[in-house]
Design a protein around this ligand. Structure first.
Ligand SMILES: [Cu+2]
Length: 124
């Protein structure tokens, strides 16, 4: 989870009542101890702090779906998002990128978070 997302979650929790405020110290510690690897990808989208930052990932293309406009990538760690290495699906809005995306090919992509999607903005 991004630090900003964790922070807003903590703020939301502590704002939700006196009961939380009293046990707030313990809750905060729990949040910080969360292991991101144990979290499904869906939960990574729960934060609402949608700041448009570009991230970069290098990995091997596992699958492309030109109809849905997606690419599945087994990528290495992404430090700007505190992501471990994983296999996940990115959204490809610009169909031109499919020229550079083929199964088993190693690529470096730039991507941004748009709503619940991670959208590819560049392929190298
Ligand atoms: Cu990922």
């Amino acid at each position: 989870m991004k630090p900003t997302a964790a922070l807003s979650l903590i703020l939301a929790l502590s704002a939700s009542g006196a009961a939380f405020a009293q046990s707030g110290g313990a809750k905060t510690t729990e949040m910080k101890g969360m292991d991101m690897k144990a979290m499904p990808m869906d939960n990574m989208n729960s934060g609402s702090t949608a700041k448009t930052a570009t991230h970069q990932a290098t990995g091997v293309v596992k699958a492309v779906d030109t109809v849905k406009g997606t690419v599945t990538l087994a990528h290495g760690p992404v430090k700007t998002l505190n992501w471990p290495a994983m296999t996940m699906t990115f959204t490809v809005k610009d169909k031109m990128f499919f020229d550079k995306l083929a199964a088993d090919k190693k690529v470096t992509i730039d991507f941004v978070k748009q709503g619940a999607d991670y959208v590819v903005t560049s392929v190298k």
